[in-house]
Design a protein around this ligand. Sequence first.
Ligand code: SER
Length: 581
Amino acid sequence: MQAAALKKKYLEFFRSKQHAAIPSASLIPEHDPTVLFTTAGMHPLVPYLMGQPHPRGKRLASVQKCIRTGDIDAVGDAFHLTFFEMLGNWSLGDYFKKEAIQWSYEFLTGKPWLGMDKNRLFITCFKGDKDAPKDAESAKLWEAAGIPKSHIFFLPKEDNWWGPAGETGPCGPDTEMFYDTGREKCGKGCKPGCGCSKYFEIWNDVFMQYEKTKDGSYLSLTQKNVDTGMGVERTAAVLQGKPSVYEIETFQPIIAAIRKQEKKANERSTRIIADHVRAAAFILGDQRHVSPSNIDQGYVLRRLIRRAIRHGLLLGIEHEFLSQLADMVVDMHGEDYPELRNNKEFIRAELIKEDQRFRQTLLKGLQKFSSFAGNLSGADAFLLFQSYGFPMEMTVELAQEKGMSVDTAGFQEEFQKHQQLSRQGAEKRFKGGLADASAETIKLHTATHLLNEALRKVIGKSIVQKGSNITADRLRFDFNLDRKLTAEELRKVEELVNKKIKEALPVRREEMTFKEALAKGAQAEFQAKYEEQVSVYSIGDFSREICGGPHVQNTSELGTFKIIKEEGVAAGVRRIKAVVK
Ligand code: SER
């Protein structure tokens, strides 16, 4: 079964179990400033996993595009990828372990569905520790479904616990499904989860019962959720009896195109290029634009592109070749992700530009590298990064090839020092949205809506939000204006917000289409992308905004609003920082 058929069947199966299929969200998280990329299908759903009602109901399913760079060094083995598609189904306080496990089993083994041999399925469950008990219930449910006891293993938190996706948020024990490829065991202790590719992990059902808080404790969530994730590429490889994800039809044309151009063969390099070019095409082609840069998502993108170019050199490919491969990615996936098609030219142009930039310094950098005798210090690695554009892992790889080591901790120190000097990296990391869903953050979120409207009343209707970032300590709101606000204006804005807080206005949430929301005068963030169905928050008759929440119920919960800073952040963009006390 090909990947496309797998995705179709998955959504069909969960539709038959009353799930609404929702579209893939952006790769750039909207409401979570603690991570750079969407790493799982649950990521865009965090507010709903925390209790906010979802406009499509309590049972959802999706195919989500994901980026994970944590295992970038493992890319090239049988199953690690930086970009992948994830199938997922969710219960938002609706069904729990029993149905989730029954349906996983039915989808995997049922004849009309994937029809896998149940004797090749292996399961892991959470072993239990001081934070949560052993998940014997899940194991029983698997047995009841038809999995023999000898195929069920209990593992600790490192293996069988998922989340939170950022530093705080919903999480819980999980149960993972593995497929026995029939290969030799890697050793005596070989079992599901041991890391060799005998047992291929394909699906993970997470039982989200807890919220991890800032102080590291686990609180019980009032709403018990199910969050599942199945890797499309891995499962397609299993269904096709292929030994690695790179053998499936979405990789093969790319691999063949690389092979056609290479002068020397190196399987790992070919795979790294194929993976990285897919990731780069999807990041460049995302609905929220990202270009190569030296910070945040742009830096990850730059690393992926440059590492792919360097591995191209290892294969003897000395010309620009990624844009052509990216075209193939767009052609293959453009139907499922129309943003790729819309951005095809942008993807090409950015890849070509980055290739030119990098090749300009690459040879000089390689010469510099050869001049280093012995192991590289952090300062050497930072010089290669700063002056020649060598991403850290590239320097490490180069060193490894020559039997040298690199002081990576020293590099990080240099990197931090530099970032503190420019202050840019850290500031920009908090790029919009809420840092967490604590009571303080929620209050400041509602205060941000009041501030937005107060600015429009005091300065003028042309004010639009350009971005926001809210933590438990303060709110930050960016808007368009080409001058400083006067002290008088700041005072008036503050007064108006405090007046609305005193009026104890109710905060109301409604679902409507994006068009209806605009027709009702709801504010939208400048250039943000919205889905067809949106939620709108109104504060009395004072403010109305398209927003995913969460918010307080009444402005009387807020306390006193105080502006602590007003400053310019870019041409025509001002920033206000404020608190409620
Ligand atoms: N969040 C879980 C995972 O990524 C299940 O979706 O594995």
